[in-house]
Write a protein that binds this ligand. Structure first.
Ligand SMILES: Nc1ncnc2c1ncn2[C@@H]1O[C@H](COP(=O)(O)OP(=O)(O)OP(=O)(O)O)[C@@H](O)[C@H]1O
Length: 243
């Protein structure tokens, strides 16, 4: 099924560190995500989630450590070809229509038939009434749906999503989740909302102060609940333990 990531590991970080001037954002992050797995990256504000994703997508260089995506260094064209990325504050081209954005980015990303791919995503995300609307006139939620579609327009094998369900109402979240579920891809979703992590993934990596503090399955987290605790409370407890 996968013609990349020969080791079976599609996202790998070993002892990764990153500083912004004197601020340590990552202090030795380690993770190994098997191809085809769905992971959430959870952590409090400032834990290093966005920095981790930016390094995986090749936008930032780590100060030290090893990083591979699909077996490739993230800055290489091979890695860029298989990665789809949704930044936290994604902003499509505001003077193009929704459909033009998808066709344009699809063409740049080497999609075979960008026009039909654009329509395919527009239909899947119930965006048909807005296809000729300029991005500047879209609601925040529809802009977010477009941003998710732009991240996956080229059928990426490894998908990195920063807070993908931001601004989406519950029915819209459901359509985005369904679409992501149907993809045959490895993905890592950064969020600080446990409910979203539960909807999108089976595995959880918790980070705090730029380090992995817990790594396991959603089921394991549920089993750790004490005295009727909710899963959010278990995660909050695990985060507090390292604060
Ligand atoms: N461009 C930057 N310049 C300086 N410091 C930065 C920069 N970006 C992030 N940081 C710092 O690095 C640390 C990690 O930030 P990062 O944005 O990766 O965390 P996060 O877990 O994504 O946070 P949030 O949930 O609030 O978005 C924080 O201390 C943050 O203040």
């Amino acid at each position: 099924m996968y013609d990349y990531g020969e080791s079976g590991i599609c996202i790998e970080m070993k002892e990764v560190t990153k500083k912004y001037d004197s601020i340590s954002a990552l202090n030795g992050i380690d993770m190994e995500i098997p191809c085809g797995a769905r992971y959430s990256l959870i952590g409090p504000n400032g834990a290093g989630k966005s920095t981790t994703l930016k390094i995986l997508v090749g936008l930032l260089k780590p100060d030290s450590g090893k990083v591979t995506v699909g077996g490739f260094d993230p800055v290489t064209n091979q890695a860029k070809g298989i990665i789809g990325y949704l930044p936290e504050d994604a902003y499509p081209y505001i003077n193009l229509t929704l459909k033009e954005n998808l066709e344009y980015i699809g063409a740049i990303r080497g999609v075979e038939d960008p026009k039909s791919r654009a329509m395919d995503l527009i239909e899947k995300l119930d965006l048909l009434p807005y296809r000729y609307t300029k991005v500047s006139q879209l609601s925040r939620g529809n802009r977010q749906k477009l941003s998710v579609a732009l991240a996956i327009v080229h059928h990426p094998k490894v998908i990195l999503l920063d807070e993908p369900l931001n601004y989406l109402d519950i029915p819209t979240q459901a359509s985005v989740i369904k679409m992501l579920d149907d993809l045959k891809a490895t993905y890592l979703v950064s969020t600080h909302i446990m409910e979203i992590a539960e909807k999108l993934s089976r595995n959880v990596i918790i980070i705090g102060h730029g380090r992995v503090t817990w790594n396991g399955t959603m089921d394991h987290l549920r089993k750790m609940a004490e005295n009727g605790e909710r899963i959010e409370e278990v995660v909050a407890r695990l985060m507090k333990d390292v604060a």
